[in-house]
Write a protein that binds this ligand. Structure first.
Ligand code: CA
Ligand code: CA
Length: 341
């Protein structure tokens, strides 16, 4: 009977352990387990440092028993041979808490590869929760896909917080991957705890925090034949109302309408103990509530938030809720970039 699960431990001696018979379902090398497990079976590898080059020619799962940190597969003796070659699939290499540290032949020469996947296996192979090392040389690749179906190599550590070296990841400085390797998200730490969170292109902003998409929606775009200087556009006052575009975003007003700007229209002292305010504002921009701030004197100013008001389009009103201790002072409407408690 061919075993569905085989156990690998470099320290197995001859003789049997509970349920494990050395030479049948227990081996000291990973390659022996790969060769002798049933098709579609599981090769379970105990913690240790395995100096091997592996070739997989049938569907199986290769899993460690105690994670990538404790289970290393290393090619120390065969230059120009991948540490792990996958020639048929589906094959799974690693899973959560059951990955490997995979080290290619350590050389500064290009062409040293940790995992190479053939075209017959690329679509159905998964390589996750592993760690790749660049070794001492820059020439070591983490994952090379010889096929043109996308290979799942998400959630690995590529030996750099910036992710693997590949043209589609211009900031990546880690071990390289070939084309047709899906590597995003990757782990940004070797302990495999923090996944990289890609920036959403729609959330790009100017230096002052104005979304580029908001400027575009309001028809404020760089000239076709000029520099893409969004920061300069942000500082412009496109409608000539005295308010720069970045401020109109925070105020929620229309940067193309000079009548639309944040301003008080009414300030009243009523019933001898309350202030009543009205101001023009809008919802065309930042969505955080307006802060109503007050200072009894401008020299020195001591602005304190005394209320908040949800945004609407047009006129806002607000009545101070409690007795104001001073019948004179100054108000302003503040629009902090992020909501404050
Ligand atoms: Ca303006
Ligand atoms: Ca305006």
């Amino acid at each position: 009977m061919i075993p569905e699960i085989v156990y690998i431990d470099g320290e197995f001696a001859s003789g049997n352990r509970a349920g494990q018979v050395v030479g049948y379902n227990a081996f000291t090398t990973i390659q022996a387990g790969i060769d002798l497990v049933a098709t579609g079976g599981v090769v379970r590898v105990a913690a240790g440092d395995y100096e091997e080059t592996l070739t997989v020619t049938k569907p199986l799962a290769l899993l460690s028993e105690s994670g990538a940190e404790n289970t290393v597969i290393r090619n120390t003796y065969m230059a120009d041979v991948a540490t792990l070659s996958v020639l048929a699939g589906p094959v799974q290499v690693g899973d959560e808490g059951q990955g490997f540290t995979l080290v290619g032949f350590d050389s500064s020469e290009a062409g040293q590869v940790a995992v190479q996947v053939g075209s017959e296996a690329s679509e159905s192979t998964r390589i996750n929760y592993n760690r790749f090392s660049r070794g001492s040389g820059a020439g070591v690749s983490a994952v090379v896909n010889l096929g043109d179906n996308e290979l799942d190599a998400e959630k690995n550590w590529f030996d750099a917080e910036s992710g693997p070296t590949h043209s589609s990841n211009p900031d990546g400085r880690g071990a390289a991957v070939s084309d047709f390797v899906r590597f995003n998200p990757w782990y940004t730490d070797s302990a495999l705890t923090q996944l990289y969170e890609p920036a959403d292109g729609s959330e790009q902003t100017t230096a002052l925090g104005t979304p580029l998409a908001w400027l575009e929606q309001n028809g404020i775009v760089p000239p076709a034949e000029g520099p893409m200087d969004w920061d300069a556009l942000d500082l412009e006052d496109s409608d000539g109302d005295g308010i720069p575009n970045w401020q109109e975003y925070r105020d929620g007003t229309d940067p193309r309408d000079a009548e639309s700007l944040l301003k008080f229209v009414t300030i009243e002292w009523c019933n001898d103990d309350k202030f009543y305010l009205e101001w023009l504002g809008g919802t065309n921009g930042l969505g955080t509530p307006y802060d109503i701030e007050f200072t009894p004197t401008l020299n020195p100013a001591n602005w304190q938030r005394i209320g908040q008001r949800e945004r609407v389009q047009g006129v806002h009103d607000w009545m101070s809720p409690s007795l104001m201790t001073t019948p004179s002072g100054f108000f302003r409407i503040a629009t902090p970039l992020s909501a404050t408690e």
